[in-house]
Ligand binder design. Structure first.
Ligand code: ARG
Length: 466
């Protein structure tokens, strides 16, 4: 038999249709452990307020221990009639402690402050799991960047060859946003670190309970300042949902890169067999499904965020049942990220780059044209003209179907004639190599090997536990 947490003023129970709509145990039962922890803290607060005798408190704590044991073993689980996790646990407690004692625990709290507190507890715990999974992924990127050494590759803008960059530099460009995602999670935690317990249904409680002590026991450093806000705002949940969506987007950007690099035309990278899939019909196929699933799930993570924001928009202040919709959004995000990240990290850690091919492609497509222009600038040519002159070199090379370094000394001398003596012009060749181009980008954050080594060291430092 289920129990109702209300009913005094009702002449009938809920219709089956309402019960089906109202029911949330199919997704909120994962809050059971946090709810029992909250109940323990709440029981002690009742004890300190003199609302449970020492003896009653002792029995209550034993009953909660037994309830936890039954939940852990699966002996106790929600039944069809339980509306939500709180209703189910109340039924479980009454079974163990009896109506008399069990019925005392609900004093001074409401499911409104309870649920607002539980979602924070649950998210804070999982935010740490996600942060540590991200650390593993960033470490894998750093390891790949270190292994890449001096290998250069074509750097692209608009997907067109732009300037050569180090492979390590390109990989680290994906590590930094993920590092910021970790920082976002820890910044978020400062706002999540306030317990709504004690807010009651909306106005606070009359029973002289000590919410500070409850907060401490539940791992919060403070209590929310406004009981209406404490029970009805979900910006903390929405902010978490944004970070989860952002992580999805950051992973999706890297996924897209890996998918392209893994094509036959690019052939920059090979994925390990353990992190690739085959085709049921085409025996030759080896597919980058991890990257594709990650890219696909980014859409879903964004959907969870936008769905939640749409739910929150325009709600009247103080609790409304709409707020129950916050949970599935973030539970889904966390569930997805916790399966995506281990697979993704494995794929990144085991992928193998074709360094020769990357190196060979790095300077092609006239990717050294900027170097010509900048060499001219260093030799006193105003950039506007330098840009034109370098463009003229590209035009000649393109019309002959060759690369820039294939041009003759004479070609350079002719193109630069208005600005440089004929014997100076061919010296432009000193920048017409991948290594020369890469090495010359020595400013902070640039692609020169030493600068890239610095950023790898800095990122590694930021990964260390504070
Ligand atoms: N299950 C609800 C939620 O997740 C909490 C219960 C509040 N119900 C209520 N009728 N006040 O938000």
């Amino acid at each position: 038999e289920g129990i109702a947490l209300w009913g005094g003023r009702f002449s009938s129970g809920p219709s089956p249709a309402l019960a089906r709509l109202s029911k949330s145990t199919q997704f909120d039962w994962i809050l059971a452990d946090d709810d029992i922890a909250g109940s323990r803290a709440h029981a002690r607060a009742l004890g300190r307020a003199g609302l449970l005798s020492d003896d009653e408190l002792k029995h209550m704590e034993e009953a909660l221990d037994e309830l936890q044991r039954r939940v852990d073993s699966g002996e106790f689980a929600p039944i069809e009639e339980d509306e939500d996790e709180a209703t189910a646990l109340e039924r479980g407690l009454l079974e163990i402690a009896g109506d008399e004692l069990g019925g005392k625990l609900r004093a001074g709290r409401s499911r409104n402050d309870q649920i607002a507190c539980l979602i924070r507890m649950w998210l804070r715990r999982h935010s740490r799991t996600i942060a540590s999974l991200l650390i593993g992924l960033i470490q894998a990127l750093i390891d790949q960047a270190k292994a890449a050494g001096h290998t250069a590759m074509p750097g692209r803008t608009h997907m067109q060859h732009a300037q050569p960059v180090l492979l390590a530099h390109q990989l680290m460009a994906h590590a930094w946003p993920l590092l910021r995602d970790i920082q976002r999670l820890s910044d978020w935690d400062k706002r999540a670190d306030a317990s709504p317990y004690g807010s009651g249904a909306l106005a606070g409680n009359t029973l002289g309970l000590d919410p500070e002590a409850v907060a401490k026991e539940l791992g919060f450093s403070r209590v929310t300042d406004n009981s209406i806000d404490g029970t009805s705002s979900r910006d903390v949940v929405a902010e978490f949902a944004f970070i989860a969506a952002m992580i999805g987007v950051d992973l999706s950007r890297l996924s897209e890169e890996i998918i392209i690099w893994n094509t036959q035309e690019f052939a920059f990278v090979k994925l390990d067999d353990a992190y690739s899939t085959g085709s049921s019909i085409m025996p030759q196929k080896k597919n980058p499904d991890i990257a594709e699933l990650t890219r696909g799930k980014a859409g879903r993570l964004i959907g969870d965020l936008t769905g939640l924001l749409a739910t929150l928009k325009g709600l009247p202040t103080a609790y409304a049942r709409d707020l129950q919709e916050d949970k599935e959004a973030v539970f889904d995000q966390v569930g997805q990220l916790e399966v995506i990240l281990p697979a993704f990290t494995g794929m990144v850690a085991t992928m193998r780059f074709d360094k020769d091919r990357l190196e060979e492609e790095a300077p092609t497509g006239f990717a050294l044209a900027t170097d010509i222009a900048e060499w001219l600038v260093k030799n006193g040519v105003p950039f506007r003209h330098a840009h034109e002159l370098s463009g003229a070199c590209v035009k000649i090379a393109e019309s002959r179907g060759v690369e820039l370094w294939d041009l003759a000394d004479d070609d350079f001398a002719k193109v630069f004639a208005d600005f440089l003596p004929a014997d100076k012009a061919p010296q432009v060749r000193e920048v017409l190599s991948t290594q020369g181009s890469v090495d010359s980008r020595r400013g902070k954050g640039g692609t020169a090997f030493d600068r890239v080594s610095e950023q790898i060291a800095e990122a590694s430092k930021q990964l260390e536990p504070a």
